[in-house]
Each structure stands twice: as structure tokens, then as C-alpha cells.
Write a protein that binds this ligand. Structure first.
Ligand SMILES: Cc1ncc(COP(=O)(O)O)c(C=O)c1O
Length: 392
């Protein structure tokens, strides 16, 4: 019954595990969810007030598919000020989440058989999007001992005459890796030499720690025509369910994405677009400071566990510890921890990297402490290779 294109795509593994955890919770089980992909903070007050005001003012009719001018101008200004990207409002599209922006960019750029470079570990939806566009995902490995940062050398090795697009994600979900400017410059050079488009997913741009700096590849000379910069309000402003994100790039590409959006979702919910203007630039420092504290705490605790290796991530709100001393089957381990310790995590296999689990610290410190303590006890019931180094 179902079309081939959707039969090839499996459900999001991150959604699967959180659904199972929710199910257990609904049965009254005391589950600690460390699989969350959303901040546990409220959206900025100014956005909440504006959304109510906008509803009352009757901002509930269709808008231009590309998004309201006022918001696109505010986004263009933000990109200029914070990211060093010069673009006009005409080069910006407002989408229902960054996810739709990435999907639309893939759909308008990738022809059947085109190769799309995806750094591994990857965010779960990238391969599925490429699959839906009938492109071919080509994975570019990163090394744990290099902090999972993508190198120009690794990218260069996988470029062929069919390479059309590179999807970049910095700061990275699931590893928390933050790309350095020099590495990005090397990658930008390769893309320019080979005419490769970059979809730069910068949704975690504000979540950087230990002095790491987020750099937008789209700000480099020569990338104006090649880079589609994607961002959104879900993580920065805790507006996950509001469904609002955006992309900026060459006008021809943005117009094509707008055509796709016009014939599929029409426009982002009108009153949410109004609230987006108010959210941009809201002060989220309290949340970021708290994430930083939780990050350090989580890594310290994980490093105390026998056989567990954990690099200190510099960005996003996840840690990606290595549990391969416990057998290497991440799905089995995640399921064991869910059933035995009642702690939900995401298996590394979902991101293409076995032996790891992704743990989120976008949950309160008490839950993190209890969750880690339960994981520690549950691991005691398992055999592990004792010579595994605890950290690198
Ligand atoms: C790397 C990455 N990109 C994009 C998204 C999608 O965000 P949005 O809610 O804006 O669609 C997520 C959400 O988890 C993500 O982790």
C-alpha cells in the first residue's frame, strides 16, 4: 500500500525511545528521562505575551509562505549582527521549525543519485531527508579522540563528482562538538573548489561552553552562493512545540524552498511568527549558565563509572559517553537501562555510532543526579572490560 519512498524510512529512533519512556511513565513507573531533546526552561516572557496579544489582535490569517516581512527583516538583521552573514529579508524563509528548513533545502537541492555528505555521528533526521529526496547519504566519520570534530581531510576523502551537498551541524547533536574556525575554513575551501552546497544547521549556536565560539560557515567570503544557514527558536528560546525556524541563503534557493513550503505547509502559524520577533534577542543567560553547570556535573559523574569514557562536550545540551566496555550494543544497553534502572537514554546506534549513549542535560539537576546514580547501580550488574580508559 505505502509508497516505496516512505517504506525506506524508519521512524525516528529518538522519538521511539522517548515514546516508550512516556508509556512507562503513564503506567505509573518512575522513569527518569535523559533522552530529551528540548530545554526544560520556559520560553521568553516577551514571546509568550506577544503570542497572546497576537491571537487577540486577530493575527490568525494566512501569511506569505516565506514568512512575514517584519520577522524576516529581524532575522536578516540578527544574522548580520551575530553571525556575520549579510543577507536581505528576501533571502530569508521562516519555516515550521529548523527541521522543515533542512528538509526543504535538501528537497530543492538534491536530485536522485546526488551524494550528500553527512558527518557521523549524525542527527537522526538527516539520512531520512536525503533518502526522501532519493539522494545518496555518504557518511563522513569523525573521531572520538578528536572531540568528534569534522576535519577537512575527512570531507575531502569522500568528495566525488556526484557530491552536491554537505550537511554541517555545529554545535553538534549528539556529540556536542563545536567546529573551530580553521576547520570550517578548510571545509569551505573544499566546497568552493568542488561547487558543493552547505546546509549549515546552527540550531544550538548559543549553547557553547569553555570559551568555545560558534562560527557560521556562511559568513566566509565565497560562501554566499553556496551556504544555506539554518536556525530556529526551539532550542535557543525553548519554543520546541511552537514550530518556528528559518533558513537564509541565495535568493534563488530560498524562493525554491518557498515554493515547496507554499505547496505543502503554507506558512508558519501567524501569531507564532509575531512572537518570534519578540523572542529574537531575549536574554537566556540563566538557562545557558545552568546548562554549563549540569554539563560539567554530568561528565564528572560519568567519568567515575567503571569502564565509561566521556569527552567534555563544548556545545549543545548532550553528552555522548562511550560505554563500549559493556559490549558495544547501544540499543541493548539503552533498553537494559530503561527497564532495569528506569532511565531513558538514546542509543548511539540511532546516530550511527555504536557503543555510545546520548544523555541530555536539559533536565533538572535532581533528575540528572538520580538518573546517573541509577545508571551506575545498573552497570554494576553487567560485565565490562576493566582496562577501558575512563576519559580522554
Ligand atoms: C541538530 C538538530 N537540528 C534540527 C532540529 C530541529 O529543530 P526544530 O524543532 O527547530 O525543527 C533538532 C531538534 O532536535 C536538532 O537536534
Amino acid at each position: 500500500m505505502l509508497a516505496e519512498r516512505i517504506r525506506r524510512v524508519s521512524p525516528s529512533a529518538t522519538l521511539e525511545i522517548s515514546a516508550k519512556a512516556k508509556e512507562m511513565k503513564a503506567r505509573g513507573e518512575d522513569v527518569i528521562n535523559l533522552s530529551a531533546g528540548e530545554p526544560d526552561f520556559p520560553p521568553p516572557e516577551e514571546a509568550t505575551e506577544e503570542v497572546c496579544r497576537a491571537v487577540r489582535k486577530g493575527y490568525g490569517r494566512y501569511t506569505a509562505s516565506q514568512g512575514i516581512e517584519e520577522l524576516r527583516s529581524a532575522i536578516a538583521e540578527k544574522l548580520r549582527r551575530e553571525n556575520g552573514i549579510e543577507c536581505t529579508p528576501e533571502q530569508v524563509i521562516v519555516t515550521p521549525g529548523a527541521k522543515m528548513a533542512i528538509y526543504a533545502a535538501v528537497m530543492v537541492l538534491v536530485d536522485p543519485g546526488d551524494e550528500v555528505l553527512i558527518p557521523e555521528p549524525w542527527w537522526v533526521s538527516y539520512p531520512a531527508m536525503v533518502e526522501l529526496a532519493e539522494g545518496r547519504a555518504v557518511y563522513v566519520p569523525t573521531k572520538e579522540e578528536e572531540g568528534f570534530r569534522l576535519t577537512p581531510e575527512a570531507v575531502g576523502e569522500r568528495i566525488t563528482s556526484k557530491t552536491k551537498v554537505l550537511i554541517l551541524n555545529t554545535p553538534c547533536n549528539p556529540t556536542g562538538a563545536v567546529m573551530r574556525e580553521q576547520e570550517l575554513r578548510g571545509i569551505a575551501e573544499l566546497c568552493q573548489d568542488h561547487g558543493i552546497y552547505v546546509i549549515s544547521d546552527e540550531i544550538y549556536e548559543y549553547m557553547v561552553y569553555d570559551g568555545a565560539r560558534h562560527v557560521s560557515i556562511g559568513s566566509f567570503d565565497g560562501m554566499e552562493e553556496l551556504c544555506i544557514t539554518v536556525n530556529g527558536f526551539s532550542k535557543s528560546y525553548c519554543m520546541t512545540g511552537w514550530r518556528i525556524g528559518y533558513a537564509a541563503g541565495k535568493e534563488e534557493i530560498i524562493k525554491a524552498m518557498t515554493r515547496l513550503q507554499a505547496h505543502s505547509v503554507s506558512n508558519v502559524t501567524t501569531f507564532v511568527q509575531h512572537a518570534g520577533i519578540k523572542a529574537l534577542g531575549a536574554d537566556m543567560r540563566l538557562m545557558l549558565d545552568e546548562f554549563d553547570r549540569r554539563r560539567r556535573y554530568m561528565v564528572e559523574e560519568l567519568r567515575k563509572m567503571p569502564g565509561v569514557r566521556c569527552i567534555m562536550p563544548e556545545g549543545a545540551f548532550y553528552v555522548f559517553p562511550n560505554f563500549s566496555a559493556y559490549g558495544g550494543d547501544s540499543k541493548k544497553l539503552a533498553m537494559y537501562l530503561l527497564e532495569e534502572a528506569k532511565v531513558a537514554t538514546v542509543p548511539g546506534a540511532a546516530f550511527g555510532r555504536e557503543g555510545h549513549l546520548r544523555l541530555s542535560y536539559a533536565v533538572c539537576k535532581g533528575a540528572i543526579a538520580e538518573g546517573l546514580s541509577r545508571i551506575r547501580s545498573a552497570l554494576e550488574g553487567l560485565e565490562h572490560e576493566s582496562d577501558s580508559p575512563r576519559c580522554i
